[in-house]
Ligand binder design. Structure first.
Ligand code: AHR
Length: 497
C-alpha cells in the first residue's frame, strides 16, 4: 500500500443550493418481505400492538428518513387502493400480478400513514396509472386529504381516521415507460393521462405536490425522449419528475464500479437539461425538480416471482463494502446536484433490495446502512462547491478517475459543517489536507470512518458487526487546516462547528 496526498479547498461562500431534506427518503413496496415480515409482522415478538416491527422502526429512525414512498413500484400499477382500507376481515386476498405473489391487503393506506407517523416521516403516495383511472386517483386524494362531509372523506372517517392525513407528495404512476409495467403507456399517452390525473388530484387538494414518471433508467431505448414528451405535456401540473436507477457490478470490476457516480451525474445532468428545455418550450414560469425516487444497488439477486405465495423471499440482496462505498458516493452526488435534485428514495427500506434484513426475532444491518445513516443526520443547510485536488487511478470503463469523491454541507444558522469523503482507491491511502478559504471552523465535533481491505466483505447474521462506521479520534484544526488520513476503500464523515 502506498500513501499519496490530496487537498480539499472549502469556502462556505461557494454554495450550490439548499440541501432538500427530502433527499433522505425511503421506499416501501408491497413486494417480497418489505411490508409483510418487514415493517408489519403481527406474529413477531418484536412487533407492537399495531403489528409494526419496533426494531425495524428504531433502525429507520436512526436513519432519519424524511419521506417514504408507497405502495409501489410495479405493484402500484395493478393496485386498487380500496382493497387496503376498511375492516381487515373484509379485505380481499388477491393474486398480485407484478410480483406473482398473494396480497392479503392486511396492510394498506391507513396502516402506512400510522407507520409514517410512528417514525416521523412524510408519506409519499402513488396513484395507479396502469389499471387505475384518473377518477380513482382523485378519489384517493379526497379520501386522504379532504375534511369530512363528502363521500370519500367520510369513508376515511368511518375507517377510524376522522382527521385528514394531509399527504403532500403524490407519484402519478410508476415507471410507465417500462414494457414490464402493468398498463404500460407510450410517452404521449402517459403524459396526457398524468396531466388529467394531476388536474383532478390538485383540484381535490391544491396544496399537494405531484411527481411525473420519468425514464426507468438511462439505458431505456426511449430515454430521454420519454422524459421530454411527458414533461412537455404535463409540465404545469407536476412539481417533480422522477428518475430511477439500480447499480450493477456484473463484470466484477471494482474500480469501474466505484467510478459509477460519473454515470449517475451524467444521468442527472441530461434529465436536468430536459427539464430546462421543456420549461423553455412551454414558455413557463413554473419549475419542476427531480425526484430520484428509486435508487439502490441491485444485481446479485434479481428474483421477482413469488410463485403465488405470501411475503416470498425476493431480491434479498447481500451488500458488501464496495456497495457501501458506492452508496456513500451516490449520496455525495445528491449533494452535488442539490440545485435540481430535491427528493430521493432508497429502494427499498427493509428486506427487498435493502440494507436491513429481518428474521422473526432479529434484524441485520448490512454495511451500506451506515453511509446513509451518517449523511442523513449530518448533511444540513447548503451543499458546498469544493475544489478537490486528488490523485488518480485508471479504470476500464471511465479511464482516469480521482481517488477521492467528496461532498460537503454548511448550515449557516448553526454554523455547522460536514464533509463526506470516499477514497475509492483499492491500494492507496490518501493523506488529505482540508483547507478553509475564509474562516475555518473552531472545532471538529465528530469523525466517523468505515473501511476495510476486502471490497467483497459483508456483514452476516453470524458476523453482524464485521463492517460498521466507527467513531475515530477527531483530527485537530491547525492554521485553518486539518490533516485527514484516508485508508484505501474508505468512507469518512466529519462534522465541524
Ligand atoms: O424496487 C423494485 C422495482 O424496481 C419497483 O417495483 C419498480 O418500480 C422498479 O423497476
Amino acid at each position: 500500500m502506498s500513501t499519496l496526498s490530496a487537498k480539499i479547498f472549502i469556502d462556505t461562500h461557494r454554495t450550490i443550493a439548499d440541501i432538500s431534506p427530502l433527499l433522505f427518503g425511503g421506499f416501501v413496496e408491497h413486494m417480497g418481505r418489505c411490508v409483510y415480515e418487514g415493517i408489519y409482522d403481527p406474529d413477531s415478538p418484536l412487533s407492537d400492538s399495531n403489528g409494526l416491527r419496533t426494531d425495524v422502526m428504531d433502525a429507520l429512525r436512526e436513519q432519519s428518513y424524511t419521506v417514504m414512498r408507497y405502495p409501489g413500484g410495479n405493484f402500484l400499477s395493478g393496485y386498487n387502493w380500496l382493497d387496503g382500507v376498511g375492516p381487515k376481515a373484509d379485505r380481499p386476498r388477491r393474486r398480485e400480478l407484478a410480483w406473482q405473489s398473494i396480497e392479503t391487503n392486511q396492510f394498506g393506506t391507513n396502516e402506512f400513514i400510522d407507520f409514517c407517523r410512528a417514525i416521523n416521516t412524510a408519506p409519499m403516495l402513488g396513484v395507479n396509472m396502469g389499471t387505475g383511472t384518473i377518477e380513482s386517483a382523485g378519489n384517493l386524494v379526497e379520501y386522504c386529504n379532504a375534511p369530512t362531509g363528502t363521500y370519500w372523506a367520510d369513508l376515511r372517517a368511518s375507517h377510524g381516521y376522522r382527521d385528514p392525513h394531509g399527504v403532500e407528495y403524490w407519484c402519478v404512476g410508476n415507471e410507465m415507460d417500462g414494457p414490464w409495467q402493468i398498463g404500460h403507456l407510450e410517452a404521449e399517452a402517459y403524459g396526457l393521462k398524468a396531466l388529467e390525473a394531476a388536474k383532478m388530484m390538485k383540484w381535490q387538494d391544491p396544496s399537494i405536490k405531484t411527481v411525473l414518471c420519468g425514464s426507468s433508467n438511462d439505458r431505456m431505448p426511449t430515454y430521454p425522449e420519454w422524459d421530454r414528451t411527458a414533461l412537455e405535456i404535463a409540465w404545469e401540473k407536476v412539481d417533480y419528475h422522477s428518475i430511477h436507477y439500480y447499480a450493477q457490478n456484473h463484470e466484477n470490476d471494482t474500480a469501474s464500479y466505484l467510478a459509477l457516480p460519473i454515470d449517475l451525474e451524467n444521468y442527472v445532468d441530461t434529465v436536468a437539461a430536459t427539464l430546462r428545455y421543456a420549461k423553455a418550450k412551454r414558455r413557463s414560469q413554473h419549475d419542476v425538480y427531480l425526484s430520484w425516487d428509486e435508487w439502490q444497488v441491485w444485481y446479485k439477486d434479481r428474483s421477482g416471482r413469488g410463485n403465488w405465495s405470501e411475503a416470498p423471499h425476493l431480491s434479498e440482496e447481500i451488500y458488501n463494502l464496495e456497495d457501501a462505498l458506492l452508496v456513500a458516493q451516490w449520496l455525495n452526488v445528491f449533494l452535488r446536484k442539490s440545485d435540481v435534485l430535491k427528493v430521493a428514495c432508497v429502494a427499498q427500506v427493509v428486506n427487498i433490495i435493502s440494507w436491513l434484513h429481518t428474521r422473526k426475532d432479529g434484524l441485520l444491518k448490512q454495511v451500506s446502512f451506515y453511509p446513509f445513516q451518517l449523511m442523513s443526520n449530518l448533511a444540513k443547510g447548503k451543499a458546498l462547491d469544493l475544489l478537490v485536488q486528488s490523485p488518480r487511478h485508471e479504470t476500464a470503463r471511465y479511464g482516469d478517475v480521482h481517488h477521492l469523491d467528496v461532498s460537503a454541507s454548511y448550515d449557516e444558522a448553526s454554523g455547522s459543517q460536514a464533509l463526506f469523503v470516499v477514497n475509492r482507491s483499492q491500494t492507496d491511502a490518501v493523506q488529505t489536507e482540508l483547507v478553509w478559504q475564509g474562516g475555518a471552523p473552531a472545532q471538529v465535533t465528530e469523525t466517523w470512518q468505515l473501511s476495510g481491505t476486502d471490497p467483497k466483505a459483508a456483514n452476516s447474521w453470524e458476523q453482524p458487526n464485521l463492517l460498521t462506521a466507527k467513531k475515530v479520534v477527531n483530527p485537530s484544526i491547525q492554521d485553518g487546516k486539518i490533516a485527514l488520513s484516508l485508508p484505501p476503500l474508505s468512507f469518512t464523515a466529519i462534522s465541524l462547528a
